[in-house]
Design a protein around this ligand. Structure first.
Ligand code: HEM
Length: 407
C-alpha cells in the first residue's frame, strides 16, 4: 500500500468507506461495528488516498459536528488545497465556517422552512403523479426505476424551486454524477464544477433580465440589488442547491424503494396507511436505516482536541461516518428496519451548523414519493435477483446505480 500524502504513519490502514456485504448491502460495512465497539475513532485511508480519523459513534459524531474547534473548511488540510481554478470561484458555504457560513445560510433558511415546503406539497404531489404516468405510459418493462422515477422527482422539484429549466436536467445529472464519483480525478471534478458554474452564471444573468417567482430571482432582487451578494455568489449558491437537491434525494428514493421491495410487509404498511404521521415516521426510519451519506462529511481539526478519548491533532482530517453513527446503540436494535419506531435524533441529515438545509424539502418529497409509487404500482417488484443490482459503493452517497423493476 502506498503512503498517502499527509500520512502520519506508514502502517497499513483500513480503507474508508469500507465495502458492504453482498448479503445485506443496506448495512454499513461490518468493520464499522467493530470500530464503534473498539476505539470508536480508527485511523483510516480515505478514498482520496489520505489518512483521517473516522468518527463512528453516535455521541462522538454529534460532538464533532458541533465543536467550533473542528472546521468544515477542509482546504485548511494541506493536501486538500483548492486548485487554481477552484480558487477563482466564490467559496462554497457548506465548506465555510461561521461567521462566513452563517452569513449565506441565513439568506437561505427562509426558503426552506417546514411551512414553505408544506405549501409546496400539492405541487410536488402533482409532479410525482405526472412522473408516474409517464413511466407507466412508456410501457417498457423492465424499467430502470432510477432513471424513470428516482432521479426525475427530485430533479423536477429542485428545478421548480430554483427556477432552473428542467430541459437541462441531463446536463446537470451528468455533472452531478462526476462530482459524486469517488474515483473522479481532481481535474475531472474541477472541470465539472467549472462547466456547471459557467452555465449557471449565464442562467443568473438571464434571470436578472427576466425574473420569475423562484429562489434565484428572489436572491437577485433581494440580495444582489442591495449589494449583499454578487452574481457569482448567487450562481455558486444555485449550483450547490441544484447538486445537493437531487443527488441525495434520488438515492434515497432508489435505495428506499429497494429496501421496501425486500420487506413487503413494511411496504404494505406504507402503501395502506392513511395516517400522514405514520408515513412521516417511516421515512425517518428509512433515512436512519439507509443513511446514504457514506463519504461526504469531512472536517479538519483546527486545534488539538480529544474525541471519545482519542487525541486529535490540529490539522488532522476527520470523516464523520453517519451510517456508522446511525447504527449505534442509541437506537434499540439499530440494525433492524422498523418503520414503526421513533427514529428521532438520527443523523442522516448531519448535525450542527451544517445540518442539511434542504431536509424539509427532502422529507416532503420522500413522504409523497414512496406511498405514491407503492399505491400506483401495487405489484411493483425487482426484475433481477438482488445480487445483480449494482450498488453505489463507489460514490459519496450510497444507493443503486440502476433498479430494474416490473409491475
Ligand atoms: C447538508 C444529507 C437533501 C441541501 C447536508 C448534510 C447531510 C445531508 C448529511 C451535512 C453535510 C456536512 O455536515 O458536511 C442529505 C440527505 C438528503 C438531502 C440524506 C435527502 C434525503 C437535500 C436537499 C437539499 C440539500 C433536497 C437542497 C435543496 C443541502 C445543503 C447542505 C446540506 C445546502 C449544506 C448546509 C450547510 O453547510 O449549511 N445534507 N441532504 N440537501 N444539504 Fe442535504
Amino acid at each position: 500500500m502506498n503512503t498517502p500524502p499527509g500520512s502520519h504513519s506508514s502502517i497499513e490502514l483500513p480503507s474508508f468507506p469500507g465495502l458492504r456485504s453482498s448479503v445485506c448491502p443496506f448495512d454499513p460495512p461490518a468493520e464499522y461495528t467493530r470500530w464503534r465497539l473498539d476505539t470508536g475513532l480508527p485511523r483510516v485511508l480515505t478514498s482520496h488516498g489520505r489518512t483521517a480519523w473516522a468518527v463512528t459513534r453516535y455521541e462522538d459524531a454529534r460532538l464533532a459536528l458541533s465543536d467550533p474547534r473542528i472546521s468544515a473548511d477542509v482546504r485548511r488540510y494541506p493536501v486538500m488545497a483548492p486548485s487554481a481554478q477552484d480558487a477563482e470561484m466564490p467559496p462554497a458555504f457548506p465548506r465555510q465556517d461561521d461567521p462566513d457560513h452563517a452569513r449565506t445560510r441565513r439568506m437561505l433558511t427562509g426558503e426552506f422552512t417546514v411551512k414553505r415546503m408544506e405549501a409546496m406539497r400539492p405541487q410536488l404531489r402533482g409532479l410525482i403523479d405526472r412522473v408516474l404516468e409517464e413511466m407507466t405510459a412508456e410501457g417498457r418493462q423492465p424499467t430502470d426505476l432510477v432513471r424513470a422515477y428516482a432521479l426525475p422527482v427530485p430533479s423536477l422539484a429542485i428545478s421548480l424551486l430554483l427556477g432552473v429549466p428542467y430541459e437541462n436536467h441531463a446536463f446537470f445529472q451528468e455533472h452531478a454524477a462526476t462530482l459524486a464519483r469517488l474515483d473522479a480525478k481532481e481535474d475531472e471534478r474541477t472541470a465539472a464544477r467549472r462547466e456547471l458554474f459557467d452555465f449557471i452564471v449565464a442562467l443568473v444573468k438571464h434571470k436578472e433580465r427576466e425574473p420569475g417567482d423562484d429562489l434565484i430571482s428572489r436572491l437577485l432582487v433581494e440580495r444582489v440589488a442591495t449589494g449583499e451578494l454578487s452574481h457569482e455568489e448567487v450562481a455558486m449558491i444555485a449550483q450547490i442547491l441544484l447538486h445537493a437537491g437531487h443527488e441525495t434525494t434520488a438515492n434515497m428514493i432508489g435505495l428506499g424503494t429497494l429496501a421496501l421491495l425486500c420487506d413487503p410487509h413494511q411496504a404494505a404498511r406504507i402503501r395502506d396507511s392513511d395516517d400522514p404521521g405514520a408515513v412521516a415516521g417511516a421515512v425517518e426510519e428509512l433515512l436512519r436505516y439507509l443513511t446514504i451519506a457514506q463519504d461526504m462529511v469531512w472536517r479538519v481539526a483546527v486545534e488539538d482536541l480529544t474525541i471519545g478519548g482519542q487525541l486529535v491533532r490540529a490539522g488532522d482530517l476527520l470523516t464523520i461516518s453517519l451510517p456508522a453513527a446511525n447504527r449505534d446503540g442509541f437506537f434499540r436494535n439499530p440494525d433492524d428496519l422498523d418503520i414503526g419506531r421513533n427514529a428521532r435524533g438520527h443523523l442522516a441529515f448531519g448535525h450542527g451548523i451544517h445540518q442539511c438545509l434542504g431536509q424539509s424539502l427532502a422529507r416532503v418529497e420522500l413522504q409523497e414519493a414512496f406511498p405514491a409509487l407503492l399505491r400506483a404500482l401495487p405489484d411493483l417488484r425487482l426484475a433481477v435477483p438482488l445480487e445483480e443490482v449494482e450498488f453505489r459503493h463507489d460514490m459519496a452517497t450510497f444507493g443503486v446505480h440502476e433498479l430494474p423493476v416490473r409491475w
